[in-house]
Design a binder for this molecule. Structure first.
Ligand SMILES: *Cc1c(COP(=O)(O)O)cnc(C)c1O
Length: 453
């Protein structure tokens, strides 16, 4: 028998999260106040987040204890399996060994509950009654709905219009866990009404939905806001993925040469990659960590490293990050979770310092990769996850050309069982290559009105 699955037992669930801030040679620059453009401290976040999460946002402690209550919920689906992709390797006829960590095993079908459960727990501890959030493809909204329900907190979700229309089942999933779901832009907020007045048929964007959810939380005392990506504490919680994967790869006697993950705001990439990067930073190993983004939203490969807003309206602090500009409205590709204009500050600083790499794939290439994966490995990947698969395939093909055997690990960060519309469009030939022109990119970047870093 082939050793296809590398499993861990419940008592091997890590009891700490890994904070890469402790090990980074250059720490990220501080956030700036959106009006005064002066550095701001963590207390500026107090209207939006519970204290415990604000502490986690800024701490440079290397290890953060995972509360027992959170680990207890994690046992519903963790540790997640890690697979050797024998079928994919055979199809590619590659000497590379390909492994993937499967985060689609969670109740909502992606890595997102790893942080949703932690965030709901800390909000509950501090007496919060309601959490607002945005969701793109619906993955984050479903994860937070699931988590809030477990901790008896109300959940209010602003869902990007295009996904709301394309993915009705994600909405029903959230309703099943008891959440309220609004299509964004909505008429419930100032931010939403402003966009609707200018563009009545707006398909929405994550940036717009974030503005709406923040506005609701900032204007109510019993309500906080939760973000499913980008922020440091979100990345921190996701490191449970990579910590498990390190142990699993050691069990398989196969520490990877290359670690790959799809990239939206950076949380599943951080989650898988940071615990491996730790070996580079601590022991001088040279594991390549590659973030994989869509060529229609190429902030890492074609954006600029600048201070920019996290949302479209300009309510959030200015963050130092790789960005396409906060006015960027991406093409309505199916990988909704990868359509955000900026990258989290930690990942941005790591890329700036060349400690990680980035690559982009076009829309057609990723569906080809996703279908090949489904036909060889069985699991139908989320459209976001297909980006990581495409990068893994490219690296495996390079191994074949060069006649070398490398060990590749990628994050299968979610299944695509609710994304049949995307696959239907692909099979009908309706998925087309889409790339930003250089003049589009130049124009967007010129609109970022902050000093150079
Ligand atoms: C949300 C999501 C992403 C993108 O977000 P990251 O923070 O970059 O991980 C990627 N894949 C899936 C399946 C998602 O749900």
């Amino acid at each position: 028998m082939k050793n296809r699955k590398i499993l861990l037992s419940e008592n091997e669930i890590p009891d700490k999260w890994y904070n890469i801030l402790a090990d980074m040679p250059n720490k990220p620059l501080p956030p700036l106040h959106p009006g005064t453009k002066e550095p701001i401290g963590p207390d500026a976040l107090a209207p939006l987040f519970p204290e415990a999460l604000i502490k986690q946002e800024v701490t440079t402690d290397k290890w953060i204890e995972i509360p027992d209550e959170v680990r207890d919920v994690y046992t519903l689906w963790r540790p997640t399996p890690l697979y050797r992709a024998f079928g994919l390797e055979k199809a590619l006829d590659t000497p590379a060994k390909i492994y993937y960590k499967y985060e689609g095993a969670s109740p909502s079908g992606s890595h997102k509950p790893n942080t949703a459960v932690a965030q709901a727990y800390y909000n509950k501890q501090e007496g919060v009654k309601r959490i607002t959030t945005e969701t793109g493809a619906g993955q984050w909204g479903s994860a937070l709905s699931f988590a809030c329900n477990l901790f008896d907190i109300e959940c209010e979700v602003y869902m990007v219009r295009i996904s709301y229309d394309q993915k009705p089942y994600r909405k029903i999933m959230m309703n099943t866990w008891g959440a309220k779901v609004m299509a964004s832009p909505s008429d419930r907020t100032e931010a939403g009404r402003k966009i609707l007045a200018e563009t009545p048929d707006s398909t929405g964007s994550l940036g717009i939905a974030i503005s709406e959810a923040i506005e609701r939380a900032a204007t109510r005392d019993d309500t906080k806001y939760a973000l499913g990506s980008v922020l440091n504490h979100v990345k921190l919680h996701q490191t449970i993925i990579g910590q498990e994967a390190v142990v699993q790869m050691q069990k398989a006697d196969a520490m990877p040469d290359i670690v790959i993950a799809p990239f939206g705001g950076g949380s599943n990439f951080a989650g898988l990659a940071f615990p491996f990067l730790r070996y580079n930073l601590e022991e001088g190993k040279s594991i390549r960590c590659i973030a994989s983004e869509p060529s229609s939203c190429p902030k890492l490969t074609r954006g600029v490293f600048k201070y920019d807003f996290g949302d479209n309206v300009g309510m959030t602090p200015l963050l130092p990050m790789y960005t396409l500009g906060h006015n960027f409205v991406p093409a309505p590709i199916h990988a909704g979770g990868l359509r955000y204009h900026g990258a989290g500050v930690i990942v941005s600083q790591l890329l700036r310092d060349r400690l990680i790499e980035a690559t982009a794939h076009d829309n057609l290439e990723v569906f080809e990769a996703g279908v090949l994966f489904a036909r060889t490995e069985g699991i139908i990947p989320a459209p976001e996850a297909t980006h990581g698969i495409a990068t893994a395939i490219k690296e495996a093909e390079r191994c074949k050309e060069e006649g070398v055997s490398k060990t590749i690990l990628f994050n299968m960060c979610g299944h695509g069982n609710f994304d049949m519309k995307a696959y239907e469009d692909y099979f009908a030939g309706n998925i087309v290559k889409h790339e930003l022109t250089q003049s589009d990119v130049d124009k967007l970047i010129a609109e970022i009105d902050t000093p150079d870093i």
